[in-house]
Structure formats: structure tokens, C-alpha cells
Design a protein around this ligand. Structure first.
Ligand code: FUL
Length: 503
């Protein structure tokens, strides 16, 4: 400050007094008319924020494997084997996703076998050489994007970096002339894509254009990720590059659960299998978790005799992923006719019904909400308790700086039967909450802690706590309460809560 003052005095000798006054205003300590809390770094990129808001979306594994019965094709399958028994119908897939409460979907358009479900210029191993007219008329990215737009859903594509068909796999030519070009082609199917999905492929054995050999690569360096990101973001600025792309992380178990403690910050050297579920409290960059899981009992691709999981099990997955600061990408395989089988359709509809029945009647909306501390309001923004129940994701309740523990108390004149409490942090300014607890009361004087053995540590983008402490039998008979008290016990800095809901 002293230095700036000296500079101003010197400049004062050179400029007339009017200019001097203007310079002084500019050099004052940074003003904060809205009294906005400082960010706790790392913070999400705007595209990661939008991505997180997609919350729950579908995965559709469909392609050559649907017809060979394999999970990983070798790359030597004749194109003619791709012969749908009906016209593949992405609109039906996405309608099922929508009815399940999902906000989008990702279609596999090239798996490890290398067969492309669009007329790509990069290889002849594509649907233009399919076995029948249904196959030859297929263009999954085209039809999938059109259906998503029609239904108001977000969409994106899975494209396997590992290609067991390409003779070039393992060379720079493959990355430049095949893989990056394929991604660029796909980007052109819609500039509003929300995610491109790349599995963690290190290569392995395969056909490789007749070389029939094993090719291993280092996925951290081989795929030219910086170029890949630029290539896609140039066309699709909101498209998060998952996995190899480095903008969202694999939760690491493929079983549909994230850690009860789950931080979005992470370090580059993390191990997905070991701590993908939990993130790293003091990680240095923002890498939010996505949980990929199967809604059926056989493989990622359709297999005869498969059956879907029960709606109750699927609802448990939802609580253990979306309810734990992760997104859920739930796989539903289209069958040989290119549609989702009736059993899957019914199970997913059942899941959607459970989400709607259990998590939509929000008692917080008509509660009196009191808090132990409210941040001093600024000129154009306030941090009032009502911001948590106003349905606006961009407003939030906050405490004053250095207040890192606080209570939020909701009350009603009549007792409510309640089963879940949902909290959301305003993560645009970083993930903060480290510990909290939930209690209920009938008189506002004697309190009972709820949530059983569930760790009430992190909140993040969204946290749903089943009050009976069980995610696999979370509904139960509920608790009668006139008061719910949420105590934030510890936070990296003043907590910022954008939503509280009680169901
Ligand atoms: C993995 C792949 O190897 C599986 O076949 C599947 O596509 C899964 C979602 O990702 O990396």
C-alpha cells in the first residue's frame, strides 16, 4: 500500500489534480460492494458446473458387440455382422431415460472393436458396410442428437480411444488421422454436447488390421489430450472431456456408489481404483466424480437372457451417487432390434417413479427457516436463509467470514413425516463443508440425531441423507418432526448453501 502511495505522489507531480483523483480511486484496495465471499480454490470451470447440473443421465452401449454377444470385440468382426432386426431408435432410448428422471444420455458410437456407428471418413470399418438396410441407414450420432434436442435432454458420445481394428493403433498417425479426426467429426453432430466419454484405454491385444498383436500405450501421453481438448472445445465449448480428457473423474468401481465423503478437488497422480470414490480434500484442481453403472445384470452390451435390476436397487444407486456429490451415468443396453427391451423400460420407469414419489414433495418450501448467522448483505446481493428455499440455484445463504460453524433450523406448525434431507453447496466458489449433522425434534428443545451410521462429512454439489441411515432400505416409515436442525460443524471457510430440502 505504501508503495502505491509513493507512486501516486510521484505521478501527482506529472499529472493535473483531476487525473490524480481518478488514479487514487483505481488504486484503492479492491472493493466488494456485494460483500461476496472469496472463493475457496480450486473452483469448477463453468463447463464443469453445467455438466454437474446434468446429475443423472443414461449410457447406451450399442454396436457390433450387440450382434456378436461379446463385451470387447477383437476388431476383426466383418462389418456385415452389424445387422439390426429393426430400425435402431435412439428416440425410444432417450424417452425411457427421460421417464426415469434423467437429464441426458451418452451413446456409444465406437467401442474398442473400432466399428463406427456413423459414416466416418477415417475408416471403412463403419455402418456404411453394415449387413442390411437397417444397418446401412443407421447414423447413431445424427439420430441421437436430434432425439435429445426434441426431448429437451443433454447428449454426448462415447468414443473409444483404444481401437483394436485400426492398423495404425500405437502410432502418431492413429492419434492424428484417426482418433482426433473421429472426435472432430462427432463434435460436428451438435455444438451443445455436454460430455464426451473416453475410457482409460492403455491398449492390449487385437486384430489391428491383420497385425494380430499386442499394442500397449501410455494413456497419459499417447492421446495428445491438449490437442483433443482444443479440437472439441473449439466446436463444443460446454463439452466436458471425461476420463482420458481430464475434466471429470471416474468414480472407480462401476458399481454405482461414491464415497460418503466425496471431494471434487483432486490431484493429477490420484488412483481412480483407490480414491476415485472420495476425491482429495486439498486437491489442487477441480475434477468432479462420475459413477458409471449398469442397470442390467449381464454386461454393458445387450445379452440374451439379461434382466434389469429392481427399481428399489436403482433408487439406492441414485442415493449413493447423485446423493453423494457424484453424477450417475446408468447403462441401459439396446437389443438386436436397436430398442430398449420392455423389462428395462419398466424397471427404469419404476426407478423414475420412486425418485418422483420420494424426492419431490419438499417440505422445506413451507417451513420457517432460521439460521444462527447471516452474512452482511451487500449492495446488490443478500445471503438470507430464504435463498436456500427459493428454487434459484444462483442464490445462497452464507455466514460472515470466519464463521465456519452454524445452524439451519426448519420448523412447521404441524408435524411432518420426513425421510430425507438434501443439501446443496454453491460450488461455483469451491467446495467447503467438512462436517455436519442432522437432528429432528417435536418441541424444538429435545433433539434426536438422524442419519444412523452415515458419514455426514462433505456436501458438495448435492448431498441426500436418508434419515434412517440406510441407503438400501431408505424409505421406511419415516420420522415425525416439527423441527429439523442442520448443524454445519466445520467448513473450509464460511459455508455457502444454495438449497436445503426436506422430504
Ligand atoms: C470400460 C470399457 O472397457 C467397457 O467395455 C465399458 O465400455 C465401460 C463403460 O468402460 O472402460
Amino acid at each position: 500500500m505504501k508503495k502505491i502511495y509513493t507512486t501516486l505522489l510521484l505521478l501527482g507531480g506529472l499529472f493535473p489534480l483531476g487525473s490524480m483523483a481518478q488514479l487514487q480511486v483505481v488504486n484503492e484496495s479492491p472493493s466488494n460492494p456485494d460483500n461476496e465471499p472469496a472463493a475457496v480454490h480450486p473452483v469448477p470451470h463453468p463447463r464443469q458446473l453445467k455438466w454437474q447440473e446434468t446429475e443423472f443421465y443414461a449410457f447406451f452401449h450399442y454396436g457390433m458387440n450387440t450382434y456378436t454377444g461379446l463385451e470387447w470385440g477383437n476388431g476383426d468382426e466383418a462389418e456385415s455382422r452389424f445387422a439390426p432386426t429393426g430400425a435402431p431408435n435412439p428416440e425410444q432410448w432417450l424417452q425411457v431415460a427421460k421417464d426415469a428422471g434423467m437429464r441426458g444420455g451418452i451413446a456409444v458410437v465406437k467401442h474398442h472393436d473400432g466399428f463406427c456407428l456413423w459414416p466416418t471418413a477415417t475408416t471403412t470399418h463403419n455402418i456404411t458396410k453394415a449387413g442390411n438396410d437397417y444397418g446401412r441407414n443407421t447414423n447413431i450420432p445424427r439420430d441421437f442428437a436430434a432425439a435429445a434436442k426434441k426431448l429437451g435432454l443433454k447428449y454426448g458420445f462415447y468414443i473409444s480411444p483404444w481401437d483394436r481394428n485400426s492398423v495404425h493403433y500405437g502410432t502418431d498417425k492413429y492419434v492424428k488421422d484417426v482418433f482426433l479426426r473421429q472426435c472432430a467429426e462427432l463434435a460436428e453432430y451438435g455444438n451443445d454436447q455436454f460430455e464426451m466419454w473416453f475410457d482409460g484405454a492403455n491398449g492390449g491385444s487385437g486384430y489391428y488390421g491383420g497385425r494380430n498383436t499386442t499394442v500397449n500405450v501410455d494413456r497419459a501421453t499417447y492421446y495428445d489430450v491438449p490437442n483433443l481438448r482444443d479440437t472439441v472445445h473449439k466446436v463444443c465449448p460446454d463439452c466436458v472431456l471425461w476420463g482420458v480428457g481430464g475434466e471429470a473423474r471416474w468414480i472407480g468401481n462401476e458399481a454405482g456408489w461414491a464415497g460418503e465423503t466425496n471431494w471434487s478437488p483432486e490431484n493429477r497422480d490420484y488412483s481412480p481404483e483407490n480414491n476415485g470414490m472420495y476425491g482429495t480434500e486439498n486437491g489442487w484442481f477441480w475434477l468432479p466424480g462420475e459413477s458409471d453403472a449398469k442397470a442390467t445384470n449381464k454386461g454393458w452390451f445387450y445379452h440374451d437372457g439379461e434382466s434389469p435390476l429392481t427399481p428399489e436397487r436403482l433408487f439406492q444407486m441414485y442415493l449413493e451417487t447423485v446423493g453423494r456429490n457424484a453424477t450417475l451415468i446408468l447403462n441401459i443396453p439396446p437389443n438386436k432390434a436397436g430398442v430398449l427391451p420392455t423389462a428395462s423400460v419398466n424397471a427404469l420407469k419404476g426407478m423414475g417413479d420412486l425418485i418422483r414419489q420420494r424426492l419431490s414433495n419438499d417440505y422445506a418450501k413451507d417451513a420457517v427457516v432460521e439460521v444462527s448467522n447471516t452474512r452482511t448483505k451487500g449492495a446488490g446481493r443478500n445471503y438470507a436463509a430464504e435463498n436456500m428455499t427459493d428454487g434459484d440455484k444462483d442464490t445462497y445463504w452464507a455466514t460472515n467470514d470466519n464463521v465456519t460453524s452454524a445452524t439451519i433450523t426448519l420448523s412447521w406448525d404441524d408435524a411432518k413425516t420426513i425421510r430425507y434431507v438434501e443439501l446443496m453447496e454453491y460450488i461455483a466458489k469451491g467446495q467447503r463443508v467438512k462436517s455436519f449433522k442432522i437432528e429432528t425434534s417435536m418441541d424444538g428443545k429435545s433433539w434426536t440425531q438422524r442419519g444412523g451410521g452415515v458419514q455426514t462429512t462433505t456436501v458438495g454439489y448435492k448431498r441426500i441423507i436418508p434419515l434412517n441411515g440406510s441407503t438400501n432400505n431408505s424409505y421406511g416409515s419415516g420420522y415425525s418432526a416439527k423441527y429439523v436442525r442442520i448443524t454445519i460443524e466445520d467448513s473450509k471457510a464460511c459455508p455457502l448453501i444454495s438449497k436445503v430440502s426436506v422430504y
